[in-house]
Design a protein. Sequence first.
Length: 95
Amino acid sequence: MEKLQEQIEGDRNNLKAEIQVGRLGLAKEKLYIFDTTLRDGEQTAGVNLTVDEKVQIAKQLERLGVDVIEAGFAAASPGDFDAIKQICDSVTTSR
């Protein structure tokens, strides 16, 4: 979980930099944030998230204003399917 938290913190810092560019008027079009933390985070050695942890992460990503959350690959396993379904039921503004 610690490695995933470090990855989220790094993603958050990158997001802040991208948002700052928009505030300075350098971006003329909307910047869409596409996050792969839930998919890529599970590929990290030693990271094994519960469904509840995945839902909590998805809700936090939504609070950060992430436009698209790549929650995983539903066909990989019944557990992944269940996690993705619960994320979809919990997240309302992100896609």
